[in-house]
Design a binder for this molecule. Structure first.
Ligand SMILES: Cc1ncc(COP(=O)(O)O)c(C=O)c1O
Length: 465
């Protein structure tokens, strides 16, 4: 089968990204373009359109109008996902050799930007739940403890990166955390890839958007958490801690010279769609329906985990001895396509369409899965083996470009990694270049490998000594 013929394959329920649910929740204007003669919309950077960095043109006008609407200094569309704009944000924040404070669950794009630009990550650990196998959101107390343990003399920390919400939907109260950073004059970049819609839903008791919590840079993935096409994203600039000129230069450094006009139009239309009262009402109805789905499933004794994002349905399969990967295979075979299998859980994304019939289908399949489950013993998870504050032993950039040899992971204790081990999704590195590998780390990765086929028998590139 060719890729193109697979693209139109139908599934019983598509519970994955992009959140427009296979076109059903796309903005009307975008649907109109897609229904016009094939490819007519595929235009280059004509003067009328310009680029995301032009002073004039339709893109500049759209960005200006959206930025004014949300009272920010500037915003820029992106067509290389949240990844591309996060990387520009990082490069705007730190020069080579400088350090950025970041949690252990950052997305791989952050590590790649550090490798590219020789920026040093200072990782802080997060509280961990043995029930879900997930990191917990960051409390003010935890973050204060992190700051007390930082060595500002030794490391030139020039900025902070936060991830909020996490893939599964856990969200922190960001404002007090950002205040702690601002007291030290440190700018904050928030990777809000999974929380774009919070910005439009201040009236319905969702987590406060990073933009409203005074972050200096915020990146939204418009395909994960708004109704944009895959690869669409936006970065917002606020405050005075990041120079606009540094941000535009960093965007310039990384972006293609041929941005796809359909994707740029999708950025504009999805952001406009959520400003339209009638459409917003409809999306907010979907969010209420998602909350109802959650409560109805819990009433039916289905072991769901509550997070702060109603659109994520997180099923805790581990209590019944079933790992998320086995559950994923089962649901996939039965037409329910999930977004994120993990050792203890599986996460489904409801997206912005009506999920008619979902409760019944889900309940029936869950019961069937339970009957098939041979082992009913609660699964056990190992806590990630990190210190409260930890940074790679040698710089990521140097490790990335050093001479390496590929060896079995189980034989790598004592060596320095030249590699990133990172299952996707969720795209959170388990080890990064420059870190010294030890048996705790190997055992932790192996513990996850018994369930995740991506990691089984894995090899790692280590630095030649
Ligand atoms: C927390 C987080 N940030 C950033 C990204 C990158 O987003 P994109 O796929 O739009 O590049 C992801 C993707 O999984 C993510 O989970």
């Amino acid at each position: 089968m060719s890729i193109s013929s697979f693209l139109t394959k139908k599934f019983l329920k598509s519970l994955f990204f992009p959140a427009h649910n296979r076109g059903k929740a796309l903005p009307k204007k975008l649907i109109k373009i897609l229904n016009s003669p094939p490819g007519i919309w595929d235009l280059p950077e004509l003067p009328e359109i310009g680029s995301t960095l032009s002073k004039q043109g339709l893109i500049a006008d759209a960005q200006k109008s959206i930025s004014e609407k949300f009272n920010t200094k500037k915003c820029f569309f992106g067509v290389n996902g949240a990844s591309g704009l996060i990387q520009s944000g990082i490069i705007a924040m730190a020069n080579p050799g400088e350090c950025i404070l970041m949690p252990r669950n950052v997305h791989i794009s952050v590590i790649k930007a550090c490798a590219l630009q020789n920026i040093n990550p200072i990782f802080f650990d997060l509280e961990f739940s043995f029930v879900t196998g997930h990191y917990k959101p960051i409390s003010k107390e935890w973050f204060t403890k992190v700051f007390k343990n930082l060595d500002f003399e030794k490391n030139k920390i020039v900025g902070v990166l936060l991830v909020n919400p996490y893939y599964q939907g856990y969200a922190s109260d960001l404002e007090p955390l950002i205040e702690i950073c601002h007291e030290k004059n440190l700018p904050v970049l928030v990777d809000e890839a999974h929380g774009s819609y919070f910005l439009f839903c201040e009236n319905i008791n969702l987590p406060k958007s990073a933009l409203r919590s005074k972050a200096d840079l915020v990146v939204h993935s418009l395909h994960k958490s708004l109704n944009g096409l895959t690869q669409t994203a936006i970065i917002w600039l606020n405050g005075d801690l990041i120079e606009e000129n540094k941000l535009t230069r960093s965007i310039h450094l990384l972006q293609t010279t041929s941005p796809n006009s359909l994707l740029l139009s999708s950025c504009e239309e999805s952001l406009k769609d959520w400003q339209n009262k009638k459409r917003l009402d409809k999306f907010q109805r979907r969010i209420h329906e998602a909350k109802t789905i959650f409560h109805e499933l819990v009433k039916r004794n289905i072991p769901l985990i509550e997070t702060q994002d109603p659109l994520k349905i997180v099923l805790n399969t581990s209590a019944f001895g079933i790992d998320g990967f086995t559950a994923d295979e089962f649901f996939y075979r039965n037409g329910l396509i999930a977004e994120l299998p993990e050792k203890m859980t599986i996460t489904f994304c409801l997206g912005f369409t009506n999920q008619r019939g979902f409760i019944k289908i889900f309940e029936n399949l869950w019961k069937k899965l339970l009957i098939n489950a041979k082992n009913s013993k609660q699964l056990k998870v190992i806590k990630p083996p990190f210190k409260l504050i930890q940074s790679p032993e040698i710089s990521i950039g140097l490790a990335w470009t050093s001479k390496t040899t590929s060896i079995p992971l189980c034989e790598s204790s004592g060596k320095i990694s030249g590699d990133i081990i990172c299952p996707y999704p969720p795209g959170i590195p388990l080890i990064v270049p420059g870190e010294r590998i030890n048996t705790d780390r190997i055992n932790w990765i192996k513990n996850q490998s018994s369930y995740n086929r991506d990691l089984v028998n894995s090899y790692i590139r280590v630095l030649n000594t």
